[in-house]
Design a protein around this ligand. Structure first.
Ligand code: ZN
Length: 198
């Protein structure tokens, strides 16, 4: 990229460091940005900075939010006695898109993986168990159907069983190893409706 001046090269380099952005896309995006009105470029860069600085975990469900409680946990119309456990915030978004789930969530931020050295203490599991001290009727485990997701589901159900709270697992209509966020809404709905008690 020596034929570009250093600032253009720097912009391309930064863009190319993002997931899914190869050098061609980085070049295309860089020229797009360079053609923007300055105010628009300013808006883009401050959106990145503000989100990065202010986004944190919801103190209840641990999804990403920029407030103490996320909009779902704050919503009095949601069923707070039903908690769906997901691996990350993108999975939560996938279920929200179906518009059919009115319970709340708990975001683990990962899954148990002995191979990668990720244990129960490395995900937000303690936090889930603390929430179950309150009034909860059902926990729906919606971790991915990968080995890690299944291991995590099994582990959680064993932990919850003694509390007498109903534990269920979404149906296996979800392709093995498929990330929840890439699955269409109908499949997610069927998986949710066909959940079985563990
Ligand atoms: Zn929340």
């Amino acid at each position: 990229m020596e034929y570009y001046s250093s600032q253009i090269s720097k912009l391309m380099e930064e863009l190319a460091s993002l997931p899914g952005i190869g050098s061609k896309s980085a070049q295309r995006l860089a020229f797009h940005i360079l053609n923007m009105p300055v105010e628009q470029a300013q808006g883009l860069s401050s959106a990145i900075i503000e989100a990065r600085k202010n986004v944190r975990y919801c103190s209840m469900c641990y999804t990403l939010t920029d407030e103490e409680l996320c909009p779902i946990c704050r919503n009095g119309y949601r069923n707070h006695k039903m908690i769906m456990v997901v691996e990350d915030t993108r999975d939560l978004a996938a279920y929200e898109k179906t518009n059919k789930y009115d319970g709340v969530y708990h975001v683990l931020h990962g899954a148990i993986s002995p191979m990668l050295g990720i244990g129960p203490n490395d995900i937000k599991l303690k936090e889930l168990m603390q929430r179950l001290q309150g009034e909860v009727e059902e926990v729906i485990i919606a971790t991915n159907s990968s080995l890690e997701g299944e291991t995590t589901a099994m582990y959680i159900s064993k932990l919850i069983k003694p509390t007498g709270i109903k534990v269920s697992r979404i149906a296996s209509g979800v392709p093995v190893g498929g990330d929840l966020e890439y699955i269409d809404e109908m499949t997610l709905l069927r998986a949710l409706e066909g959940r079985t008690e563990l």
